[in-house]
Design a protein. Structure first.
Length: 296
């Protein structure tokens, strides 16, 4: 059991295995629709989301919780109410857990520190997206059984990616090796100090990997020109059929979504046999149920 899910870095290997084990059981046996009966789960999303938001909603509803869909545009935050005041006021109504997405790193941790409810980080700035990493690990473990000895290549906009950070910690915690590849402006060499391999040539990086996780190019977080052009990015770091053909048989393709089709991923590769993208989304529901169940 955990009090909050704020980052993968704060979890032990035992915590991760416990959540993934619960998710396996939920997938096999189905959810107990009374597990969170009478409890209120509030989604506080200060950034857009399709998968994470809807998946937490389906997960919480499947456990019998009442889900409150707070909407930023129609809320008092447009009148200037702070995140903490919003959370304090909602907590006063009797909330079991907040699921928070926010553009600022550390925002969910701030709420967890000051409010007496469980908090789940649904993505905070460039910091972490722990539920995404857990569902990615779950999806790979379903295929491999064991992460030890596997190498996962994470391609693209690592600099702005909370998915990349959470996956680095989660995959390493479970025994996999992580390699990053992308433009030098978007893949900090500093990640070598965290045990990751860093390279900038995608054709080289594809050698001897067991899964390729392609990241979305986060145009909304780029204040300056960090890539020469979209066309050049696609040519040098986009996954297309030619690059897929360089992979050894059975190498899985993943993407957290949403996909910039034709930029980091060519449309044709999204139809391939080793593409796990929709399996990641499907597994997101049981993994998020396991997360909600794990909260003390
Ligand atoms: N993977 C992910 O976080 O997708 P959304 O932004 O749609 O939630």
């Amino acid at each position: 059991m955990i009090p909050h899910l704020l980052s993968i870095r704060e979890l032990s290997q035992g915590d991760v295995l416990d959540i993934l084990g619960r998710a396996s059981k939920l997938k096999r046996e189905g959810a107990q629709c009374t597990a969170l009966a009478g409890k209120v789960v509030v989604k506080l999303f200060y950034e857009p989301s399709t998968r994470t938001s809807c998946s937490f909603e389906v997960a919480a509803a499947g456990l019998g919780a009442h889900v409150l869909n707070w909407n930023i545009a129609s809320s008092s935050s447009v009148k200037g109410e702070t995140l903490l005041d919003t959370a304090r006021n909602l907590a006063a109504m009797g909330v079991f857990a907040f699921v928070i997405r926010h553009p600022n790193a550390g925002a969910p941790a701030l709420v967890a520190k000051h409010i007496g409810c469980a908090v789940v980080n649904a993505g905070d700035g460039r910091h972490e997206h722990p539920s995404q990493a857990l569902l990615d690990a779950f999806t790979l473990l379903e295929k491999w059984g064991d992460m030890r000895g596997r190498r996962v290549l994470i391609v693209g906009d690592v600099l702005h990616s909370r998915v990349a950070r959470s996956n680095l910690y989660c995959l390493q915690l479970l025994g996999a090796k992580v390699r990053f590849c992308g433009p030098p402006t978007l893949v900090p060499k500093a990640f070598e100090a965290f045990g990751a391999e860093v390279c900038f040539d995608l054709d080289e990086a594809l050698k001897e990997v067991d899964a390729v996780m392609v990241l979305r190019l986060q145009k909304e977080r780029q204040q300056e020109a960090l890539i020469p052009s979209a066309q050049e990015y696609q040519r040098r770091w986009g996954m297309d059929l030619r690059r897929m053909s360089q992979l050894k048989e059975g190498t899985f393709l993943m993407h957290p979504g949403p996909v910039n089709r034709g930029l980091e991923l060519a449309s044709e590769v999204m139809e391939g046999p080793f593409n796990l993208i929709l399996e990641q989304v499907a597994n997101g529901v049981v993994v998020r149920q396991a997360i909600l169940e794990s909260l003390q």
